[in-house]
Design a protein around this ligand. Structure first.
Ligand code: PNS
Length: 160
């Protein structure tokens, strides 16, 4: 049976840290579903449709293994529906671990069938977050090399 993992997140925008985690997940799992959370309470820079497009552009070379989807509601319920064996989360620091641990334990309580797997991005991506990328970009700083080139182009379009 194919091993399927879900990599959930906001991906607003997709960073090289996310791409790094997707690559690593592909080495462990047969299929990786990158799942964008639809959260009406948030005010994202990119629409869900734009985020799907960017993810498809960047993961295109792995289209046979990486699937881009969206989900609403409980992550573990979505994992159950999609018959996923694992939830992937990228962890950069102790701070991330402290944020993730209660979610892991709650998710395990809600659905003991699905295991959360923490993956560590490479050192050069270890400080990159979507929120930091947006802040630096909107203040005029360079984000070259920290997000895929196509994402930078789309971020520039947002300024016009
Ligand atoms: O990229 P993010 O914003 O850190 O991702 C957070 C995400 C999507 C993994 C988390 O908010 C989530 O799982 N939301 C779905 C709702 C849910 O299941 N909440 C209970 C978590 S214990």
């Amino acid at each position: 049976m194919a091993r399927r993992a879900i990599y959930p997140g906001s991906f607003d925008p997709l960073t090289n840290g996310h791409v790094d985690i997707i690559e690593r997940a592909c080495h462990i799992f047969d299929e990786v579903i990158v799942a964008i959370l639809i959260n009406p309470d948030k005010h994202p820079m990119f629409t869900v449709a734009e985020r799907i497009e960017m993810l498809k552009e960047v993961t295109g070379a792995r289209a046979s293994q990486v699937v881009i989807e969206t989900f609403e509601g409980l992550l573990v319920e979505y994992a159950r529906q999609r018959q996923a064996h694992a939830i992937i989360r990228g962890v950069r620091s102790i701070k991330d671990y402290e944020y993730e641990l209660p979610m892991v334990l709650m998710n395990r309580r809600l659905n003991p069938q699905v295991e959360t797997v923490f993956l560590i991005a490479s050192e050069e991506n270890s400080y990159v977050s979507s929120s930091l990328i947006k802040e630096v970009f909107l203040l005029g700083g360079s984000i070259e090399g920290l997000v895929p080139h196509s994402v930078i182009e789309r971020m520039k379009e947002k300024l016009i």
